[in-house]
Each structure stands twice: as structure tokens, then as C-alpha cells.
Design a binder for this molecule. Structure first.
Ligand code: PLP
Length: 409
């Protein structure tokens, strides 16, 4: 019997560790298991691989190795950046961010509001784009930090962070960007930018989970989040996760070398999905700007069906995707990102997110295009709102149970 088909289209949630990365990490569990702080043979044996990994990460970002701080994940890097700015400038009690950041930034900002901090959440337009005029108006002498993501994890929309950083610097605040969904998909060259801090995460680019990086520009004021030992030049205490750091270095090296080829492959599959799905399924709407997005993301709202239902039935066919809406205790919850782009709740409830990687191919798109339309038909046939639409040509309004709190990877 053939193996059941498995198609993984949820790479924004996490990605497969590249086989060569997994292989390259192995000796660091069983042979080269020293603590880099130790003075003996075992400690010395891991220092060089650590230095090399730091260089490889720096090369992907166009940074210098001393500007790379290893952390445990993207969330820790985001937290470190925000807490650090507030501690480094204790007289400044204002933060600026966007309404569509990952919860790693948004939930910390919400907490900080309860601690006397003022936070401005910049809006986005219907295509998920930021207006830099809003940023100019928001930043003042009170602002400690502006944190704006490079690419959105749900819509894939890319923000003009280099320009934003210039604006913010001219006004005397620090600038941080969450580049977790941009690294490895878009070229990044921090050298000639005014970006002070940048977060990335290993498991989004074919390295393991549990490793992240905070880029910290030389000379930028900093106050550590984790205090203790002298690791990472006193900027992040805690024994280094050597196997994961080595793996992250290898994954960054691969990403640098393969970027043009990977971006071309994913972009081609993305364009196929964006062009061909609407031909096979009626009443579907693209979320996010059609061009100003990373090459691996497709986010559609499918009218008259719920995202979760589609996700479960696709899962039954071996296709893993994600949704920007979820059902919880009788109410429909649309993600904060769909809410911010002012998606119609009646349509946004059917959001489906497909995120590609270098491991996908045309055969995956063919399979999805064959399996998805009958699933939508099946769900629509069971839907009273679709039947009403079929009979009357009228759309019903979303019910009073609609709210917007669903969180997303
Ligand atoms: N920022 C963005 C944009 C993300 O998509 C994610 C994870 O989904 C994170 C931060 C958090 O990264 P991690 O899972 O490494 O904590």
C-alpha cells in the first residue's frame, strides 16, 4: 500500500528541520557536548563551532558577529528588545507598534499598558499595509521604542521597516523589527539601515525549535532580559544551546546560499495558488496585498464556510494548513490581523492560510487544487447561509456572537 499523502502547507507555524542541519547537529549531543564556558578540552571544542554559527547568522542578516545574541526563541528576542528599551530609557514611557504584530509583541504591550506605559497601535489599510505618515505622527520625545514587524505571519504583507527605522531614528527613539517571518525569505542587509534590534527564530527557517537571535546594533543602549552568567558577552545569561546554535548557523548558511532559488520556487507556487484557486472556487477573496508580501504566503477568505471546518477536512486529506479564524463557544472569532484589515466578519470566518517552503512543489499545489473545491462544496451544501444566498442572492449579516480574539502563530 502507498504511504498516505502528506502535504505540509503550514510553514509559518513551523518548518521541517533541513536534513543536513539535523545531521550537522548530531555530534554536539554525543561527542562535542562541552559547555563553552569550561576551560578544558570539551569546553574549548565547542567554542569554534559556536563562533562559526554566529558568523553564519550574521552573514544572513548583513550584520557583524558581535551584534548577534543567541536567545531561546523569537518570543524571547521580541521581549528582550521591548524590555531593554524601557530599561535603557527609564524616562520614556511610550511605545509604538502596529495592530497586526504577533502576540509575542502585542501581549507584552498590553501588559505594559497595565504598568503605566502608553502604547500606540498603528492601523493598517484593507490590504494590510502601513502608512508611514501615521508613524511620523505617533513618535515623540517620549517614545522609547518603535517595534514594527518585517513581514506579517498571517497575510505575509511586508512593511517598509528600513524607511520606518530612518524616521524613528531621526526622532530619537530606538527601532526594533520582528523579522521572524522575513528571514530566509527576503534579503536582509542591516549594515546600512537604522534598525537597532531585530528578532529571528530558528524553527521558521529549517533549524530546530528553541533557538532564536536578537540582533543588537553596536552602540545601541541595551539592558539584558536574562541576568546571570557572562554568556553572550553578558547580554543573555544561560548556558548556550550549542546543538541548536550550530543548527541555526547551518540553516542560515543554507538560506543565504539558496535564497534566490527558494524564493523563485515559492513565489511561483504562490502565484499559482493565487491565480488558480479563485478559478476553482467561487466567492474567494485574497487577504493582504497581492504583491507586497513574502513569497511563501497565501491567505484566502472563502465565503459561506468556516476556516476550522475547511482545515479539518483538508487535514483528513493529509493537507496541513492554518486558519485566521476559529470557533469558540458559539461565537466566531476572527484573528486580530483580519480585524485590523477590516475583513467582513461574515467572510473572514472562512480564512485559510497556506504557507510554503522550499520542500513544496507543483505536485502539492496540484493535489490541493484537486482536493479543496469538493471540500468547500461539501461544507457549503450544509450551510444555511449558503442555501439562503443560493435562493435569494442575498448575503446575511454576521450574527451578534462575532468577536475578534483568536490568536495565531
Ligand atoms: N513573531 C512572529 C511574526 C511569529 O510568526 C512567531 C511565531 O509564530 C513569533 C514571533 C514567535 O517565535 P517563536 O515561536 O520562536 O517564539
Amino acid at each position: 500500500m502507498d504511504d498516505p499523502k502528506v502535504i505540509y502547507l503550514d510553514n509559518n507555524a513551523t518548518s521541517r528541520v533541513a536534513p543536513e542541519v539535523a545531521e550537522g547537529m548530531k555530534p554536539f549531543f554525543t561527542e562535542l557536548y562541552g559547555n563553552p564556558s569550561s576551560m578544558h578540552f570539551f569546553g574549548g571544542g565547542v567554542q569554534r563551532p559556536l563562533d562559526e554559527a554566529r558568523q553564519k547568522v550574521a552573514a544572513l542578516l548583513g550584520a557583524s558577529p558581535e551584534e548577534i545574541i543567541f536567545t531561546s526563541c523569537g518570543t524571547e528576542s521580541d521581549s528582550t528588545a521591548i524590555w531593554s528599551a524601557l530599561r535603557a530609557y527609564p524616562e520614556k514611557k511610550h511605545l509604538v507598534t502596529t495592530a497586526v504584530e504577533h502576540p509575542a509583541v502585542l501581549n507584552l504591550c498590553k501588559f505594559l499598558e497595565t504598568q503605566g506605559c502608553r502604547v500606540t497601535y498603528l492601523p493598517v489599510d484593507g490590504d494590510g499595509r502601513l502608512n508611514l505618515e501615521d508613524l511620523k505622527l505617533a513618535v515623540s520625545a517620549e517614545t522609547a521604542l518603535v517595534s514594527i514587524m518585517w513581514a506579517n505571519n498571517e497575510t505575509g504583507v511586508v512593511f517598509p521597516v528600513e524607511e520606518a527605522a530612518r524616521i524613528v531614528h531621526a526622532k530619537g527613539a530606538l527601532f526594533h523589527t520582528d523579522a521572524v517571518q522575513a528571514a530566509g525569505k527576503l534579503p536582509i542587509n542591516l549594515k546600512d539601515t537604522k534598525i537597532d534590534m531585530l528578532s529571528i527564530s530558528g524553527h521558521k527557517l529549517h533549524a530546530p525549535k528553541g533557538i532564536g537571535v536578537l540582533f543588537l546594533r553596536k552602540g545601541a543602549r541595551f539592558s539584558p532580559f536574562m541576568m546571570g552568567g557572562h554568556q553572550e558577552r553578558g547580554r543573555r545569561a544561560g548556558t548556550e544551546n550549542v546543538p541548536a546554535i550550530v543548527g541555526f548557523g547551518m540553516a542560515c548558511e543554507l538560506a543565504s546560499a539558496e535564497m534566490p532559488e527558494n524564493a523563485a520556487l515559492m513565489g511561483r507556487l504562490q502565484r499559482r495558488l493565487m491565480a488558480e484557486l479563485p478559478k476553482k472556487i467561487e466567492h474567494v477573496y485574497l487577504n493582504g496585498h497581492p504583491q507586497k508580501r513574502v513569497p511563501n504566503n497565501v491567505n484566502f477568505s472563502v465565503e459561506f464556510v468556516e476556516g476550522e471546518g475547511m482545515m479539518l477536512l483538508l487535514d483528513g486529506k493529509g493537507i496541513s494548513v492554518s486558519s485566521g479564524s476559529a470557533c469558540a463557544s458559539k461565537s466566531l472569532k476572527m484573528s486580530h490581523v483580519l480585524t485590523a484589515i477590516k475583513a467582513d466578519p461574515a467572510i473572514g470566518q472562512g480564512s485559510i492560510i497556506m504557507s510554503l517552503s522550499k520542500h513544496n512543489g507543483d505536485e502539492d499545489v496540484d493535489y490541493l487544487l484537486a482536493e479543496f473545491p469538493p471540500i468547500v462544496k461539501k461544507l457549503r451544501d450544509m450551510s444555511p447561509i449558503y442555501n439562503y444566498f443560493q435562493k435569494t442572492g442575498q448575503r446575511q449579516k454576521a450574527g451578534p456572537g462575532t468577536d475578534y480574539e483568536h490568536e495565531h502563530n
